[in-house]
Ligand binder design. Structure first.
Ligand code: SDX
Length: 428
């Protein structure tokens, strides 16, 4: 096969290199297209456009494969822990026991947030959405750690910023939840591992020592692992492009949190539960709602269904669906929306509209049911997605910086007015 692509333009022939990734993905390198031809490409939503070369996560949407640094997501979900996967994504290899112990120890030194951050928590209206709070609070870390503004830190300085962000994110997330209840904050305790510490800060009490159920710790590890990275999705691309301006890590991650908030992206896990509750309260007529989702005149969509890349089952959804049954059974919970979700999936997967468009359940379809069983309120679901995605965002931002990628600045095709002279207001 030729390693060149040719384009015919105005009776001229132009050649462009074809590059192939380690998983045999192929791309036409058009980095010199405009210089050579004067043309640009146009690709709304970047559905056919690669923004970078990355060694972090590989997914094959056609066959439903997802791997972090070459390790299948199924193996990591079954055998690893979230902190081990965070190390893998950020530093490229599974840690040795010494590396993992050191990573956990360093993180445990930085889980406290500056006491002045409480003023920010107190400043939010009581009903403000947790994602808006999270985005603001994470960006405010750049105020407490101004050394993070250095655009060219040493490796040690950058590692410390990473450790601080991973450490403080779990404290910030749990305190957002506590504040929403009007409960006192629970401080981090070094005797706990990362996930247990987060759950203790979230569900622990000042008045008594609460024993965190190992079933919940295991479920939380799996959910956070499954959300940890997903190559160049909307929020990760946001983190990379904001970071490409030499903006600091905290502000770049804050921008990613904002992008994840959207119901078409990470906000879908909240929208799924709201949709399932709506169907339940409407009498559980699944066929009615599937037909609404198919109607071109109805804006209703099956939340948690469809994906830009997966045109087969989202492998994460398969793992979460199985975990749903296991965890609800272990916790002795019978959640009627789980039955509605399964019925919705069955009807949709046998409907030509969904089959022809290759619309399958995605990571958000079942995750909310587990979060709810673990005791989280619906508005916290996307914040939990962000907690899981944090190591992936950090890894992608680090890769962009280490590869010295240029500032992101797409082109456009102008289709507006041309050549108009100014008209005084009295003459308009
Ligand atoms: C995440 O990119 C990532 O990797 C994201 C993510 C990650 O880990 O970072 O995987 C996490 O964001 C998962 C997706 C969560 N969002 C939802 O569940 C919201 C519901 N899904 C859709 O809105 C939609 O499927 C998207 C946004 C996920 C993907 O949209 P695309 O790729 O732009 O596809 P499209 O909107 O052009 O849809 C193609 C067709 C359209 O119909 P036609 O124009 O061909 O007639 O499929 C239809 C759409 O109307 N369609 C749906 C549908 N999703 C697509 N119809 C009904 N219900 C749906 N959910």
């Amino acid at each position: 096969m030729s390693n060149k692509a040719t384009i015919q333009l105005e009776n001229q022939t132009f050649e462009f290199a074809i590059i192939e990734g380690t998983e045999q993905e192929k791309a036409i390198d058009i980095s010199k297209l405009r210089d050579q031809t004067g043309y640009i490409t146009l690709d709304n939503g970047y559905k056919n456009t690669g923004a970078t070369k990355s060694a972090i996560t590989f997914l094959d949407g056609e066959i439903g494969v997802l791997k972090y640094r070459g390790y299948p997501i199924e193996q990591l979900a079954e055998k690893s822990t979230f902190l081990e996967v965070a190390f893998l994504l950020i530093y490229g290899n599974l840690p040795t026991q010494q590396q993992l112990t050191g990573f956990q120890t360093e993180i445990s030194k930085h889980t406290l947030v500056h006491e002045d951050m409480k003023k920010f928590f107190d400043g939010f209206p009581s009903k403000s959405h947790p994602m808006g709070q999270l985005s603001s609070l994470v960006c405010s870390l750049s105020s407490f750690y101004p050394e993070s503004l250095n655009a060219h830190p040493t490796a040690e300085e950058f590692d410390l910023t990473i450790i601080k962000l991973l450490a403080k994110m779990s404290t910030i997330v749990s305190w957002i939840y506590k504040k929403s209840l009007g409960h006192p904050y629970i401080y981090p305790q070094n005797k706990y591992d990362y996930v247990t510490n987060f759950l203790n800060m979230t569900f622990g009490q000042r008045t008594e020592e609460v024993v965190i159920d190992p079933i919940i710790v295991d479920a939380m590890n799996v959910l956070l692992i499954l959300h940890a990275d997903h190559e160049q999705n909307c929020s990760t691309s946001t983190v990379r492009i904001v970071g490409s301006s030499d903006c600091n890590l905290y502000a770049s991650i804050s921008a990613g949190i904002s992008a994840l908030w959207g119901p078409l992206h990470g906000g879908a896990n909240q929208a799924v539960i709201e949709m399932l509750e709506q169907i339940k309260n409407d009498g559980g007529d699944v066929d009615k709602w599937v037909n609404k989702a198919k109607s071109p005149t109805d804006s209703f969509r099956l939340m948690g269904f469809g994906h830009r890349v997966y045109k087969n089952f989202d492998p994460r959804a398969k793992i979460i669906k199985k975990a749903c049954d296991d965890i609800l059974e272990k916790l002795g919970i019978n959640d009627p929306v789980l039955d509605i979700a399964k019925k919705l999936e069955e009807v949709a997967l046998n409907d030509p509209y969904f089959v022809s468009r290759k619309l399958y359940p995605n990571v958000d379809f079942y995750s909310g049911i587990i979060y709810r069983a673990l005791g989280f309120p619906t508005e916290m679901f996307t914040v939990l997605f962000a907690l899981g995605r944090l190591p992936g965002w950090i890894a992608q931002w680090k890769e962009m910086r280490e590869n010295k990628e240029p500032i992101g600045r797409p082109r456009q095709v102008y289709v507006g007015e041309v050549d108009r002279d100014f008209v005084e207001i009295g003459d308009r």
